[in-house]
Ligand binder design. Structure first.
Ligand code: HEC
Ligand code: HEC
Ligand code: HEC
Length: 434
């Protein structure tokens, strides 16, 4: 509670300073190439640009956020849960009244790369413009051509439920000043074209850091780049080449396979990543996936030291082993080896060792569903155990898998599980029949 209030004050306090600096700050190409853009707009739609733009939309996963469940693509209304309240996405079809039909290409570029709406109001960073700022003029031009080619959908945006001071868009001036680097992608000349393509996709359209980089109290990125972050009810693991918590033991091909089909020899994508795979990464071409893998493998990462594994003889490990054999072994297998392409392996899996264990607690309490992709249509389910196992049993079994078969990680406590149970609104254990 206290943290939230202090955070709120801080964001208001910087507004004054922000105004002057931000308004004087330069904006790039979006303001420069105006004549060129107008000339291009006057001409007929370019089918090649539209086709390239459809692929850029996939890279940016625009449809995932701008489509409400069961709704029409790109017409908005999807509610994003943030620590500050619910932010609804907007209609980005070319409808004149409720979408972006009256916008110019320049208005569009400014919104996507600088977080500024047509009317000059600032967007909330739930729209990941701090990543999209890296996207090139060419890619944005194609994306614009694609969105213009869609049928307009009439659907008014829904109001947001942010509390003070986050309901004041002006506060975002302060946020931008603190956390928004208003500069496009700068290629690293010493690195290969493939490496640069990988970083361009990861930091730009792919906005991987939005989930995989930990945030500070105001929602800005910390310097622990791609080193893992707790999400609301989950955890996005470290995806650098770190051997203990990251992808150090995965080959480039294994990373590619995960992004393409949603599973590999060890892991199965579910939750937020399952959605990213279903809507976006499965459709990336092999060259782009290889570039992403190459780039991630080049990052040294957190350098986290593996702790000593807990002794298999300790009471909590024995209790965990018992729960495992009764409830988990049928699917996750005798030695935690899982079932290839269906059920994640626990054995020597860095995803099991993240410091907080938040993602694992959430998986056991609520269950989940693997990504369904063209390359793997199975979409196996993880049953929820929140109604079946008490907090102590869940803590014990997770402590056990985090310290068995080559893993070593801090234990999970019953208090952590109790907190997650309340936060995720999972009910209490129910008495079984008889
Ligand atoms: C993680 C979710 C997310 C993704 C991914 C995303 N958006 Fe958004 N976008 C939002 C939200 C939320 C808003 C509204 C923010 C606000 O109200 O301040 C928004 C606003 C916008 C706006 C401003 C529209 C208006 O009427 O003010 C545009 C344009 C836009 N997004 C385009 C895109 C494009 C193009 C992509 C893909 C490259 C994309 N968005 C991807 C969440 C997302
Ligand atoms: C909306 C949030 C979100 C975005 C955006 C996102 N990820 Fe993830 N990612 C996750 C979560 C959550 C997991 C854990 C999924 C699980 O265990 O089922 C994950 C898991 C992964 C893993 C597997 C790691 C492991 O140890 O099992 C890889 C690799 C990965 N993401 C790469 C990426 C890349 C590359 C991008 C950008 C193109 C990206 N992610 C964008 C949330 C996200
Ligand atoms: C019916 C088969 C089945 C049973 C039984 C089962 N699981 Fe799972 N589990 C899965 C599948 C499939 C997934 C992948 C989908 C997902 O993550 O939601 C999974 C995922 C998980 C994850 C998330 C892994 C990650 O990468 O984030 C954890 C943690 C987990 N299971 C723990 C357990 C525990 C602990 C038990 C026993 C109490 C158990 N599971 C029982 C099938 C099962």
């Amino acid at each position: 509670m206290k943290n939230t209030i202090i955070a709120g004050l801080a964001i208001v306090a910087v507004v004054g300073v922000g105004t002057a600096l931000y308004l004087n700050g330069s904006t790039r190409a979006d303001d420069a190439g105006d004549n060129q853009i107008r000339a291009a707009e006057a001409s007929a739609p370019d089918p090649a640009a539209i086709q390239r733009g459809a692929y850029v939309a996939v890279q940016g996963d625009c449809a995932a956020c701008h489509t409400k469940p069961g709704g029409q693509a790109f017409a908005g209304g999807y509610g994003l849960q943030t620590p500050f309240g619910v932010i609804n996405s907007t209609n980005i079809t070319p409808d004149t009244d409720t979408g972006i039909g009256s916008w110019t290409e320049r208005d569009f570029m400014r919104a996507v790369r600088h977080g500024k709406r047509k009317d000059g109001q600032l967007l909330y960073p739930a729209m990941p413009y701090n990543a999209y700022v890296n996207m090139s003029d060419g890619d944005l031009h194609d994306l614009w051509a694609y969105l213009r080619s869609l049928a307009p959908v009439k659907q008014a945006p829904e109001p947001n439920t942010l509390g003070f001071p986050y309901n004041i868009r002006l506060a975002m001036l302060g946020w931008n000043l603190l956390f928004f680097k208003n500069a496009g992608y700068v290629a690293a000349p010493k690195q290969s074209a493939q490496w640069n393509r990988g970083r361009y996709l990861v930091d730009g359209a792919g906005h991987c850091a939005a989930c995989h980089t930990a945030k500070n109290a105001l929602g800005g990125d910390t310097s622990a780049y791609l080193q893992g972050a707790d999400l609301l009810g989950g955890h996005a693991p470290e995806i650098t080449n770190d051997p203990h918590l990251g992808l150090g033991h995965w080959s480039g091909e294994q990373i590619q396979q995960y992004l393409k089909v949603g599973s590999n020899h060890q892991a199965v994508a579910a939750g937020a990543m399952g959605e990213a795979v279903e809507h976006s990464t499965q459709y990336l071409n092999d060259a782009d996936l290889a570039s992403i893998a190459l780039y991630l493998k080049s990052l040294p990462g957190s350098g986290t030291q593996a702790p000593a594994a807990l002794s298999a003889n300790s009471p909590v490990m024995q209790r965990g082993a018992h729960v495992y054999e009764t409830h988990c072994m049928a699917c996750h297998n005798v030695q935690g080896e899982g079932i290839n392409g269906m059920v994640p392996a626990f054995a020597d899996n860095p995803g099991m060792r993240a410091s907080s264990g938040a993602g694992l607690i959430s998986a056991v309490l609520k269950g989940g569903r693997a990504a369904a992709t063209e390359g793997n249509v199975t979409a196996a389910g993880m049953p929820s155990f929140g109604w079946k196992l008490n907090d102590g049993d869940i803590a014990a079994v997770l402590t056990y898998v985090r310290n068995s078969w080559g893993n070593a990680a801090p234990g999970v406590s019953a208090q952590q599980v109790a907190k997650a149970r309340a936060a995720l609104e999972v009910g209490p254990v129910m008495a079984g029949p008889g």
